[in-house]
Design a protein around this ligand. Structure first.
Ligand code: C2E
Ligand code: CA
Ligand code: CA
Length: 569
C-alpha cells in the first residue's frame, strides 16, 4: 500500500492575491509567480469565489483591506464562518492602516501583516514560513495512523484523499467502504477486546484482498474506506462475497458500498458519505453484501428524497388514493369482499405504486399516519355505501408491521370504526405473514384485542417465504391469504402440491382461504378443484378507483337480484 509522503510540502504552493488596485496586483504577481502558483482576485467577492473553488489546494492568501464591494474585513468574516476555509492562513497587506484595523483583522483570523513598500525576500520568507507552520501543525494535529488497525486515521485519510484528488484530477479511482452490520450488538455479545481484534484482522484482510489500494483509512468505528485505482467490470461482487470465514467471528455480516469512478471535484467527506449512504440501503438485507453508488442508485436516492420531501403535503392535499380490489367466491362467483390498496398520485413523479413508497414509509415511520388515513378513507366509503343503501361487502385494510406491535393501535382503530358506526365484521385486517416473526407477543396481543372486538383477521402473503407455522397457530387468524408466488409457481411448473398442502393446512386450522394474484381461468379452475374458498386477482378485476368500485358492486347486486351477498363471515 502506498501513501502520500510528506515531501509534498516542498512543492510549488498555490496562493491567492485579493487586491483591487491593478498595479499593486500586477507587481505582487510578478514578484511571486516564480516561487508560487498565483491566483488573482480584483475584489473580495471574486476572492471568496476563488477560495471556495480552490480551498483544497490553496496554501495561503494575501489580502488587501480597503476595496470596494466586500472589503478585507467582510472577506475575513465570511471566510471565518466556513470551517473548511477557516484554516487557510491570511497575510493582510497594510498601507496606512491603523492599529485598530490590525486588531480587527487579527480577531477575524488573520495571521500576519505586510506593509508597503514590499521587500521581496522578506515577503517570500514570511509566506513560506507561514505555509510551513500551518502544514506541519495541521499534520501534527492529525494523528496519522489509527493505532488499532494500522490504517490512516479518519482526519488524515480525508486530508490525504483531498490532496491526491486535487493533484491528480484526471486519474480514475474507485472508493470502497466496508461496514459491519449491527456492530454495536456484536460488541455487547463478544466484548470490546474481541471486537477490536476482529477490526484489526478485517483491516489486514481487506488491505490484502482489494486490488491497487492507493489510500486506506478507518473513517468510522467499524467503517473502513479504501481509495483504489479504478477497475472495470463487476469484479467487486464476487471478491467481497465471503471476505471472512463464518467461524472467524460467528454472526458477523459485512456490507460494502462501492463508488466507481469517483468525482475528483468532490470532497473526500462527500465521497465517503456517498459510499456509506449506499451501504445504508442494503442494511438488514440478508442476501446483499454490496451496494454500488451508480447512476441507478443515485436516481433511486433522488426518488426516495422526493418521496420523503412530499409525503406530509401529499396527506394534506389528498394525493393518496384508495383503490378497491374485489374478492370473489370460487363456488359461485359472487363478490364477497374487497381489499383496500393505496396509490399515490404524485405531482412530480406521477402515479406511484405502494411497492415503491411503503418500504420507505416503513423505514421512516410515516406508515402509521398513512395507514390511519387509509383506514379512515375506508370507513368513509363503507359509511357512504350504507347511507346510500346498497349492500357493501367487508373491506380489508393492510396493517403495517410497525403498527402491529404498537399497543395503542387496536384502540385507535376501534375508536375510528366506531366513530363511523360501522359493524366491526365489515372491517377486515390484513396482517403480513412476515410480521409474525418479530415481537410475537405484542403482535398476538393486538391480534387478540381486535379479534375479540369482532374484526376479522386475514393472514397476508402466506407462503411468501417467512412461514413460521408455530407462530401462526398462536395468532387469532380467520382467513389465510395464499401468496401470489404460490399460485404463479404452481401454474408455471404445473405442480400444485405446495398449493394443495397450504389449502389443506388452512382447512385443518379451520381457516378460510383467499388466493391472491389469480390472473387466468386455468388458475381459477385449479383453485376450485383444490378447495380454495375465495379469489382476488386480475381474473376478476384489477384494483378499482372508488368511482369504479361502487358501480362494480351495484352490477353484482343487480345480477343477484334480491339475494344478499354471500359475504365472507
Ligand atoms: P398485498 O397486500 O399483497 O396486495 C396485493 C398486491 O397484488 C397488490 O399490489 C395488487 O394490486 C396486486 N395484484 C392484485 N391482483 C393481481 C394479479 O392478478 N396479478 C398480480 N401480479 N398482482 C396482483 P399493490 O397494490 O401494488 O400493493 C403492493 C403491496 O403494498 C401490498 O401487497 C401491500 O403489502 C402494500 N400496501 C398496499 N396498500 C397498503 C396500505 O394502505 N397500507 C400498507 N401498510 N401497505 C399497503
Ligand atoms: Ca394485503
Ligand atoms: Ca398479499
Amino acid at each position: 500500500m502506498e501513501t502520500e509522503s510528506a515531501t509534498s510540502i516542498q512543492e510549488k504552493k498555490t496562493i491567492l492575491i485579493v487586491e483591487d488596485n491593478d498595479m499593486n496586483r500586477e507587481i505582487l504577481h510578478d514578484l511571486l509567480s516564480d516561487d508560487f502558483n498565483v491566483l488573482l482576485a480584483n475584489n473580495g467577492l471574486t476572492g471568496l469565489k476563488i477560495l471556495e473553488e480552490n480551498y483544497r489546494t490553496l496554501s495561503m492568501i494575501l489580502l488587501d483591506i480597503y476595496m470596494p464591494e466586500c472589503n478585507g474585513f467582510d472577506f475575513l468574516e465570511r471566510k471565518w464562518e466556513n470551517s473548511q476555509l477557516r484554516a487557510i492562513p491570511v497575510i493582510v497587506m497594510t498601507a496606512s492602516n491603523t492599529v485598530e484595523d490590525e486588531i480587527r483583522c487579527l480577531k477575524l483570523g488573520a495571521s500576519d501583516f505586510l506593509s508597503k513598500p514590499y521587500n521581496t525576500e522578506v515577503m517570500k520568507n514570511r509566506i513560506r514560513s507561514l505555509i510551513h507552520l500551518r502544514e506541519t501543525s495541521s499534520i501534527l494535529n492529525l494523528l496519522e495512523k489509527d493505532t488499532l488497525t494500522g490504517l490512516l486515521s479518519k482526519e488524515f485519510y480525508l486530508h490525504q484523499v483531498n490532496n491526491l484528488l486535487a493533484k491528480t484530477p484526471d486519474e480514475k479511482y474507485d472508493l470502497i467502504c466496508s461496514d459491519i452490520e449491527n456492530f454495536r450488538r456484536l460488541n455487547d455479545r463478544y466484548g470490546e477486546t474481541k471486537c477490536d481484534q476482529f477490526l484489526s484482522y478485517l483491516a489486514k484482510r481487506l488491505s490484502s484482498l482489494l486490488p491497487d489500494i492507493v489510500l486506506a483509512g478507518r473513517v468510522g468505528v467499524d467503517v473502513f474506506a479504501f481509495l483504489i485505482k479504478h477497475k472495470n467490470g463487476d469484479w467487486a461482487e464476487d471478491l467481497l462475497k465471503n471476505t471472512v470465514e463464518e467461524d472467524t467471528f460467528p454472526g458477523v455480516q459485512l456490507k460494502y458500498g462501492l463508488l466507481p469512478l469517483v468525482d475528483t471535484t468532490l470532497s473526500a467527506t462527500s465521497l465517503v458519505n456517498n459510499a456509506t449512504s449506499a451501504i445504508k440501503e442494503i442494511k438488514g438485507h440478508y442476501n446483499t453484501h454490496l451496494a454500488v453508488f451508480d447512476e441507478t442508485f443515485q436516481k433511486k436516492l433522488l426518488r426516495t428524497h422526493l418521496i420523503e420531501e412530499g409525503m406530509f403535503d401529499a396527506l394534506k392535499n389528498k394525493e393518496f388514493k384508495v383503490y378497491y380490489q374485489p374478492k370473489h367466491s370460487v363456488k359461485d362467483d359472487t363478490i364477497v369482499g374487497a381489499e383496500a390498496l393505496v396509490r399515490w398520485e404524485h405531482p412530480k413523479l406521477g402515479f406511484i405504486t405502494p411497492n415503491v413508497f411503503i418500504p420507505i414509509f416503513e423505514k421512516n415511520g410515516f406508515i402509521s399516519e398513512l395507514d390511519y388515513y387509509v383506514w379512515e378513507a375506508v370507513c368513509k366509503e363503507i359509511r357512504n355505501c350504507l347511507d346510500i343503501g346498497f349492500a357493501i361487502v367487508p373491506i380489508s385494510v393492510n396493517v403495517s408491521r410497525n403498527d402491529f406491535d404498537n399497543p395503542n393501535m387496536a384502540g385507535r382503530l376501534i375508536n375510528l370504526v366506531d366513530k363511523y358506526r360501522i359493524d366491526h365484521s365489515l372491517f377486515h385486517i390484513e396482517l403480513t405473514e412476515s410480521t409474525s416473526m418479530d415481537n410475537l407477543e405484542s403482535i398476538c396481543a393486538t391480534c387478540k384485542k381486535l379479534h375479540d372486538a369482532g374484526f376479522i383477521i386475514e393472514l397476508d402473503d402466506f407462503g411468501s417465504g417467512y412461514s413460521a407455522l408455530s407462530s401462526i397457530s398462536l395468532l387469532n387468524v380467520d382467513i389465510m391469504k395464499l401468496d401470489v408466488s404460490l399460485i404463479h409457481n404452481a401454474s408455471e411448473t404445473k405442480n400444485y402440491s405446495l398449493l394443495r398442502y397450504a389449502i389443506q393446512l388452512a382447512e385443518s386450522m379451520k381457516l378460510k382461504t383467499v388466493a391472491e394474484g389469480v390472473e387466468i381461468e386455468e388458475q381459477a379452475m385449479a383453485l376450485r378443484v383444490l378447495g380454495c374458498d375465495y379469489i382476488q386477482g386480475y381474473y376478476y378485476s384489477k384494483p378499482l378507483k372508488r368511482e369504479e368500485f361502487e358501480p362494480y358492486l351495484l352490477e353484482y347486486e343487480s345480477q343477484k337480484g334480491e339475494e344478499h351477498f354471500n359475504r365472507i363471515f
